[in-house]
Design a protein around this ligand. Sequence first.
Ligand code: NAI
Length: 336
Amino acid sequence: MSHKVTLIPGDGIGPEVTNAVVRILEATGIRFEWETFSVGAEAFEKYGEYIPKDLIASLERTRVGLKGPVTTPVGGGFPSINVALRKKFELYANFRPIRNLPHIPTRYPDVDLIIVRENTEGLYSGLEHEVVPGVVESLKVITEKASTRIAKFAFEYARKNQRKKIHAIHKANIMKLSDGLFLRCSRAVAKDYPEITYAEHIVDNTCMQLVMNPYQYDMLVMENLYGDILSDLCAAFVGGLGFVPSANLGDECAVFEAVHGSAPDIAGKNLANPTALLRSALLMVRHLGEYEASTQIRNALERVYRHREKLTRDIGGQAGTSEFADAVIAEMQSPS
Ligand code: NAI
């Protein structure tokens, strides 16, 4: 049996890390049929569309995507491709596990927390306009439907995976209506899960609390922007952005991608760490039911970090993206 997967290499470091991860996935012996598409500026040049129609049709068919990062122009230009895809396919839950890999020296050992980010609304609704010259409004949209849905996702995950505690992160002291609604929905859902401790923290305090003591948290659920910012903060606990995976999950479709962006500062130099995308691919492989392959890759990855001979530069090594992938593949093929 083979798995059809829509592959979006993206731009910047995207093609480099995607290529590394595809090679590792194929070394498991699982058969993948990749349907590969460019998006963003590159797709516009080729097809006159930022998100090609064929890509949409492919994801509608395969319902599973593996995606590299895509550059979004700052302060103008086309809207975010990432946000557009998440909305189009109702990928409402952005699941971001923050876990140390063994053998990597980090600021905090044994971190194990999960960020659940609402992925379809908040300040990412893209509703901005100039009221009069010099005055701009950016609308934050919070709905009962999306807030309840994301809270249910978090509590269901907690129940199924024996997680103990969920914090809803908010700024309802200032955004009384929008974040207030988010909290009301979270509280209502929490009542159905009495075995899971529910608490609320204000987002700015959460940043400080996380840096002081990340172990006080288990799962955090929050709206879009807070989730975006806090997941980069939490990446620093486990070695940086080269390590944190994510899954964009909806009821009909799932797209797996790293938390990091296109890293223009190191793009095209074979320097990027593909671990974050590889860990995202592991989430995908499990989503596809290929548990053995997931264990095989994870064990090989851990051995590469234990041997410390082929590490990328972000973690103090000298190896390039492709050599790192070669090392993981060699470990997968070695008997130990
Ligand atoms: P970034 O995540 O691309 O880079 C931040 C820092 O982390 C840089 O110093 C970079 O070199 C480093 N870094 C990131 N990934 C790495 C990896 N795999 N290995 C080693 N070092 C790594 O964030 P930045 O610079 O804010 O964003 C660049 C572009 O990416 C922007 O256009 C942004 O909109 C886009 N972006 C796209 C995302 C996506 O497609 N899901 C997510 C985040 C940003």
